[in-house]
Ligand binder design. Structure first.
Ligand code: XCC
Ligand code: SF4
Length: 625
């Protein structure tokens, strides 16, 4: 028997989402929420992490009656292997994204592209010096060539450590060295995890988990950090600017193109092509007032941070955005793109366009984008959207709200410059207790939660307690829609945060970028630790991914913990079938790396946990609670 659909009010906290969920139901279009119901209850072995499909003597399920798989693996081994591979999937996603940026830099250096260039030369010189490249008096292309070689080598097997470990406080590096988790090379750690988790290799759960930590560190301080830094070099380092968010950024009178995925390499070109005077004229000739680009998920964050391009929505808004009936094209690169978007696009005039050989969608129109042809291909894509405009059915258009204002663009460079050139004022504000600590709220939506209830609820609770919040990924849109990303949001903050942010004219919740940009937060923590001459684990900071769903979020969580940052998750990964693995995650790591995971589905309780942690860390630093 078909289940009763759950009311839209239960599924999301947002009016724009509720309106579109109801529109979908009225039009007979299925969304993620109906599919979740069809899939529930989930397989409990998979939920516990105790099913194994690693070889064909199985598949095996570990139960009290059959406590070992055919090969003899017990619950601990099976759960640790599954979790290890899960984290590794995420590390691979972020890091392969980082590699794509190195390849663009290579094309620039080799003169194979006119479409991309080095935009922030000063930053390229600075980061090159950090990784030991001679920069004095050298031509920028020569520096870029050396940086490119160095970053490519970070993916290989010959190095003892990835380059950006130059940013890690010595105390932290000593801990990693002692545990044997210093990340050597991105691809090496990923490949080694696949090897270790082959049948008959690493059959000791704690040992497998240590390698998961190492792999995640290769992501955070390697692949992701390279991705972030080179994106800044190529497309510009973000500076604060104002923009807008929610479905109201889709414009009834314009050709609307939504960019979705993660890598700015594609979306930046779509943006550039949408400003081509010839194509704009074509749009006007087709009866539109112009061409409007809006973002979804993390490639949206990339354009928002650097170019102030508005954000249509986060993960659970991606299907709903198409339901406005006013989207001419969805252009995707990779990651977090629900295959259902092809079907929903097909219910409208919307063109669904994929652009990456490694992320093709059956039913999509494919444009093969490479550094040498990117602008030309992007022009073709934008023209396809212009063409689709005349096929729009005005009677099915419903843009359910007006956009809200948001402030964006808080790179570390921008923050330091706002502080007058150094982190000292921030350190002083923390010492004085005006800012009691900081928490990065990152990651996704998951239809198992009322959309954004946790993301927003936690942010609001923390700022009340004078805890500065940094947001990235899909939490950005949540915070923005809740009015937390504007300077006026200080009215929702505690007195200390209100004073400091008020004086600087900044919001109490800062948009720090996309998910690979969590590397910016790592770098900030390292710099703060150095400024205080302590380890990262001594800082009054934390991380949270309240509504996470993806392998990438697990990789982020694990590199945060392994870097010494206490990390909250709204629900556990699929590890509860092993007491050993669960205990290591929620307490054992504390002894090893000075931080651990905490699972708490209630945002108020989670904020209290952060409060306790921050009190203890402040005390440890000799500061008032
Ligand atoms: Fe994906 Fe980055 Fe999660 Fe959003 S936050 S659902 S991973 S887009 Ni990365
Ligand atoms: Fe079963 Fe062992 Fe094969 Fe896993 S590796 S499927 S537990 S026999």
């Amino acid at each position: 028997m078909a289940k009763e659909p759950r009311p839209a009010e239960e599924l999301t906290i947002w009016d724009d989402a509720r309106a579109m969920i109801n529109k979908a139901r009225a039009e007979g279009i299925e969304t993620v929420h109906e599919r979740l119901q069809q899939q529930t209850p989930h397989c409990k072995f998979c939920e516990l992490g105790t099913s194994c499909r690693i070889c064909t003597m199985g598949p095996c399920k570990i139960t009290p009656k059959s406590p070992r798989g055919v090969c003899g693996a017990d619950a601990d081994v099976v759960v640790a292997r599954n979790f290890g591979r899960f984290v590794t999937g995420g590390a691979a996603g972020h890091s392969d994204h980082g590699r794509d940026l190195i390849e663009v830099l290579e094309a620039i250096v080799e003169g194979e592209t006119k479409d991309y260039k080095i935009t922030d030369e000063e930053k390229l010189r600075r980061i090159s010096a950090e990784i030991g490249i001679e920069t004095e008096g050298r031509d920028i292309i020569d520096i870029a060539r050396d940086a490119m070689e160095c970053f490519f080598a970070d993916f290989g097997s010959r190095k003892k450590q990835v380059s950006f470990l130059s940013r890690v406080p010595q105390k932290r590096k000593d801990i990693w060295e002692k545990l044997g988790v210093t990340p050597r090379g991105v691809d090496r750690e990923i490949a080694e995890m696949m090897h270790r988790t082959h049948m008959g290799c690493d059959n000791d759960a704690p040992n497998t988990l240590l390698h998961a930590a190492r792999t995640s560190l290769a992501d955070g301080w390697g692949g992701s950090m390279i991705g972030t830094e080179l994106s800044d070099v190529i497309f510009g380092t973000p500076t604060p600017s104002m923009s807008q968010a929610n479905l109201g950024v889709i414009k009834e009178d314009k050709v609307n193109i939504l960019v979705h995925g993660h890598n700015p390499v594609v979306s930046e070109m779509i943006l550039a092509a949408s400003r081509d005077p010839e194509i704009v004229a074509e749009a006007k000739a087709a009866g539109a007032a112009g061409i409007n680009i809006a973002g979804l998920c993390c490639t949206g964050n990339e354009l928002l941070m650097r170019k102030g391009i508005p954000m249509a929505g986060n993960h659970l808004m991606t299907e709903l955005a198409i339901l406005t009936g006013a989207v001419e094209a969805v252009v995707v690169d990779y990651q977090c793109i629900m295959p259902s978007l092809v079907q929903i696009s097909g219910c409208y005039h919307t063109r669904f366009i994929d652009t990456a050989a490694k992320a093709r969608f059956t039913g999509a129109t494919h444009f093969d984008i490479h550094p040498h042809n990117a602008y030309e291909q992007a022009c073709g894509i934008v023209r396809l959207a212009v063409e689709a405009y005349s096929a729009r059915d005005a009677s099915r258009v419903d843009i359910p709200c007006e956009p809200v204002e948001i402030m964006t663009g808080f790179s570390n460079e921008a923050v330091i410059s706002a502080l007058g050139g150094s982190l000292d004022p921030l350190v002083q504000a923390i010492a004085a207790g005006d800012i009691r600590g900081a928490v990065g709220i990152v990651g996704c939506n998951n239809p198992k939660f009322q959309q954004d209830s946790m993301n927003v609820g936690l942010a609001k609770e923390l700022i009340k307690k004078d805890i500065l919040v940094l947001v990235t990924g899909c939490v950005t849109t949540a915070a923005g829609k809740a009015g937390l990303l504007v300077p006026d949001a200080i009215e929702m903050a505690g007195p200390g945060l209100k004073k400091v942010c008020g004086a600087l004219g900044i919001p109490p919740v800062l948009h720090y970028g996309s998910c690979v940009d969590n590397a910016r937060i790592l770098q900030l923590c390292a710099a703060l630790a150095d400024a205080l001459n302590v380890d990262i684990s001594d800082l009054p900071v934390g991380a949270s991914s309240p509504e996470w769903y993806s392998e990438k979020a697990a990789a982020i969580g694990l590199y945060a913990v392994s870097s010494g940052i206490y990390t909250h998750l709204g629900h556990p990964p699929n590890i509860l079938g092993s007491e050993t693995v669960t205990n290591i995650a929620v307490s054992g790591l504390e002894d090893l790396v000075g931080a651990s995971f905490v699972i708490e589905p209630d945002p108020v309780k989670a904020a209290d946990l952060f409060d306790e942690r921050i009190k203890a860390k402040r005390k440890g630093l000799g500061l008032s609670e």
